[in-house]
Write a protein that binds this ligand. Structure first.
Ligand SMILES: Nc1ncnc2c1ncn2[C@@H]1O[C@H](COP(=O)(O)OP(=O)(O)OP(=O)(O)O)[C@@H](O)[C@H]1O
Length: 319
């Protein structure tokens, strides 16, 4: 940790611009001599726009104040800058889930979180690039924590608590909930550098971080800086009798189980056949549908202000 003066840009989700604890925290840090410029968003896209202006403002730290959606928007803005011009990213968690901030061990209250963002050192982490569509429809975006695809993506993006209850309640409760949600599987072909498989899937999770959906750990062995994506594939089932095995496998994350496979790759491409429905994929907290998408690791692309003891950094691996 460094006790130095910082030039920071705070990007606040407009929803939280009046947050009293955040206002107090900014005032306190300014009194302590920190140079803080604040920008508040009006609508989606603003946070990325502000972040992309950070280099010309001469700031060294950009602090995203909001939920996971705001963090990922700021990441997208920073990725528009050349690598050596990207300021470090800090986080003051103000969302409802805050999955990234929670899993890396950042303080969750505005005062301590902003104070931490002034002194924490910046660790380089991987960023994940997602390319969707083809030809004129092609679009690229980035994320730092996790994205989910398939039926599970529709649930994780809308009701974090429901998902937790579903997975914690045993086979019949899960089956009931799945029926109520008009559960469906998605067919597709997954291709990565060491393999290929076609399957009917319930859930696909692509983790650089470990959790999504408000505390649901779907990539328990992920590291932020190992150049790999942790991939969880949950195959579909046809009867309630299969569910106990599926639930048990979801607790152990086997490399190759009956329903659950867990492996790593630096790139994964998912494609559907012409008659298959497009896949829901959560990007920025919202599920959108795609016929094809490619996720790939951009190694050590961004410096993030993290606790030195963060267990998601390879340097803190137990030997
Ligand atoms: N002034 C604003 N008022 C309301 N919504 C906004 C405003 N500015 C941006 N947004 C929307 O908020 C989204 C980001 O939300 P954010 O992730 O900060 O909160 P959240 O959804 O509550 O968090 P979490 O994902 O942790 O539950 C942006 O993608 C944008 O669409």
């Amino acid at each position: 940790m460094k006790e130095t003066q910082q030039r920071c840009l705070l990007i606040i989700n407009g929803k939280s611009a009046g947050n009293p604890a955040l206002r107090e925290a900014v005032e306190e840090q300014r009194k302590a001599g920190q140079h803080i410029t604040v920008r508040s968003t009006w609508e989606g896209g603003d946070a990325a726009e502000f972040a992309a202006q950070a280099a010309e403002m001469g700031v060294t730290r950009v602090i995203a104040c909001g939920g996971d959606g705001t963090v990922n928007e700021v990441v997208n803005g920073l990725m528009r800058l050349a690598h050596d011009q990207r300021p470090a990213l800090g986080i003051v968690p103000l969302g409802s889930a805050n999955d990234f901030a929670t899993s890396v061990g950042l303080p969750l209250e505005p005062g301590p979180a902003l104070a931490a963002a002034m002194v924490l050192s910046a660790s380089p982490i991987d960023v994940v690039r997602v390319t969707t569509g083809t030809g004129d429809e092609r679009s690229t975006s980035y994320y730092v924590n996790m994205t989910t695809g398939g039926f599970g993506a529709e649930i994780t993006s809308s009701t974090p608590k429901t998902l937790k209850r579903m997975l914690g309640g045993g086979a019949y409760s899960l089956m009931g909930a799945l029926k109520a949600w008009r559960h469906r599987s998605y067919r597709g072909t997954l291709k990565w550098e060491n393999g290929e498989r076609s399957a009917s899937l319930l859930l696909l999770a692509l983790g650089n971080g470990r959790q999504s959906g408000g505390g649901q750990v779907l990539a328990p062995r992920a590291k932020l800086d190992d150049g790999r994506l942790d991939i969880l594939v949950v195959k579909d089932f046809s009867s309630v009798l299969e569910l106990p095995t599926l639930i048990s496998e979801l607790q152990h994350f086997p490399a190759e189980g009956h329903y659950v496979s867990y492996f790593t790759a630096s790139q994964l491409v998912v494609t559907t056949q012409q008659d298959d429905p497009p896949w829901p994929l959560t990007l920025d907290g919202e599920a959108r549908h795609y016929d094809q998408f490619c996720v790939e690791v951009v190694p050590l692309a961004l410096k993030v202000l993290l606790p030195d003891e963060c267990t998601l950094l390879s340097a803190n691996d137990r030997h």
